[in-house]
Design a protein around this ligand. Structure first.
Ligand code: LLP
Length: 463
């Protein structure tokens, strides 16, 4: 086993991972999972498994999830929270980043709770064995059945609008015990991230307008059948700045002070998620530990300044936990040269397994997993196989000469890839394997053609 300093990866200094200090590296600052290395066949190895062998065994494209990277990230969140927050705390996984039985089970075994954003995510978390008390139910338009499901499961509901509040107040008496409810308020904090993944600025579909705080508190006081536990705010995703999180602490503490002054015994603050990850070398996110330190110390200081008892602090990372733990392996097919303009290299997946480039113009890094020792010799555009010109996975990828059948490994694909995957062009969704200490377990089966038609119906008169 060799460290990752092959000719192909020499340019990627940030890929270098030393096995001795696995735990001290913040996964969100790495391009490859922490266990990535080069084996004696010049292949990329992750979790002790050769990616080329994984594709041979499980097919292509393939999501490869490294359990150790996920666990190390989870442990860094937990340890930093214990170290820097003097009160009680709960870290919960924003499962929208990648919700499936295995991801929910792994983070839960690290002491995490789960943030779910739909009945389907809630169902999956419960099926994974997560207990309802550790689940927080989000969403800007929860249906009545979803609210009933959440209450019956004993979740905390993060209420987003007046309709939900009225429904929760109506459902509470019948539920047998007061449902736990947090109020999500738009904090009015700007941060630098893609317009579609910014949620904290005032013109957002999420949360109550902060100008309605006194009306909200009046409503809460009048509906004591509900257990009003605190406030939630989320400022956005893929954020590298720490200042917006510091600003958020003051805003949340002001709301908590107002609630306590109104006689509501609220004692929980949920700061959302948002810590960014390194997709390309130029990305410089803070470490998990630094992020937690700033969040924890700011909340503690903001509450102390206002003479408030320390609330239970909740944060809900998604991308920073799961994003760096996974890569996607594709098989290279044909190529097309447009003289003087560019060379397209096509792979057997694309916008259906990773919709982030076409949706947010997100950049990714890739290596050729079966030729790690080959020198980088060309700049190519990696195209997906969908009938859509914009289906480009990587622009200007620096790769060695490639041949059909080579394995292209795209990095940092754990977050918002599988969870946003589709069947566009009726491509089947890829399989996912969990790798750990040389063992690979299938955690998501590859869809089949039969799966594609299983919900189709052909009316009798068309037959
Ligand atoms: N909490 C709430 C209420 C959220 O809405 C989100 C993400 C998170 C936590 C987790 O944020 P994270 O730690 O992952 O940044 N599909 C987009 C990202 C959408 C984020 C949605 N909410 C993307 O692919 O970039």
């Amino acid at each position: 086993m060799v460290l990752l300093d092959s000719p192909q990866t020499a340019a990627l200094s940030s890929l270098l991972t030393s096995p001795v200090d696995l735990d001290s590296r913040s996964p969100n600052q790495q391009l490859l999972p922490l266990t990535a290395c080069l084996n004696d066949r010049d292949h990329l190895e992750i979790g002790g498994c050769d990616v080329v062998d994984l594709v041979a065994q499980f097919g292509s494209p393939l999501y490869i999830l490294d359990e150790q990277t996920l666990r190390v990230g989870a442990q860094q969140y937990q340890q930093a929270m214990q170290r820097y927050y003097p009160g009680s705390a709960q870290v919960i996984y924003a499962s929208k980043a990648w919700n499936c039985l295995a991801t929910c089970a792994i983070v839960t075994s690290e002491g995490f709770g789960i943030d779910v954003a739909s009945g389907g995510e809630l169902y999956t978390a419960l099926q994974a064995g997560v207990s309802g008390e550790k689940i927080y139910f989000h969403g800007n338009n929860k249906s009545l059945p979803e609210l009933e499901f959440a209450i019956a499961a004993g979740c905390t509901v993060v209420a987003d609008n007046w309709l939900e509040l009225e429904r929760l107040a109506e459902l509470a008496p019948a539920s047998g015990n007061s449902p736990r409810v947090m109020l999500r308020i738009t904090p009015g904090i700007e941060c630098h991230t893609h317009e579609y993944i910014r949620t904290g600025h005032l013109d957002s579909k999420f949360g109550f307008d902060p100008n309605q705080i006194s009306a909200l508190l009046d409503f809460a006081v009048q509906h004591s059948q509900v257990n009003w536990v605190g406030f939630h705010a989320h400022i956005g995703s893929q954020i590298f700045e720490l200042q917006p999180h510091q600003d958020l602490a003051g805003v949340l503490a002001d709301w908590l002070a107002a609630a306590i002054a109104a006689g509501l015994p609220m004692n929980e603050l949920n700061v959302g998620g948002g810590l960014g990850i390194r997709y390309v070398e130029s990305d410089q996110p803070p470490s998990i530990t630094d992020w937690v330190k700033v969040v924890a110390e700011s909340i503690a200081a903001a509450c102390q300044d206002r003479g408030l008892p320390l609330p239970k602090l909740i944060c809900e990372p998604g991308r920073s936990l799961i994003g760096p733990a996974c890569v996607t392996a594709y098989t290279i097919g044909g190529h097309k040269e447009v003289p003087g303009i560019r060379t397209y290299v096509a792979v057997d997946g694309g916008m259906s397994d990773n919709p982030r480039p076409i949706t947010y113009q997100s950049a990714y890094r890739a290596v050729v997993g079966n030729r790690m020792a080959a020198p980088v010799s060309q700049t190519v555009t990696v195209a997906g196989k969908h009938c859509e010109s914009g289906d480009i996975l990587l622009k200007d990828a620096q790769l060695p000469v490639t041949e059909p059948g080579d394995i292209l490994v795209v990095m940092t694909t754990g977050a918002y890839n599988y969870s946003m995957a589709s069947n566009y062009n009726r491509l089947t969704r890829p399989a996912a394997v969990l790798v750990h200490s040389g063992e690979a377990n299938l955690i998501l089966k590859r869809e089949t053609y039969q799966d594609l038609v299983k919900n189709d119906l052909l009316p009798e008169r068309l037959v």
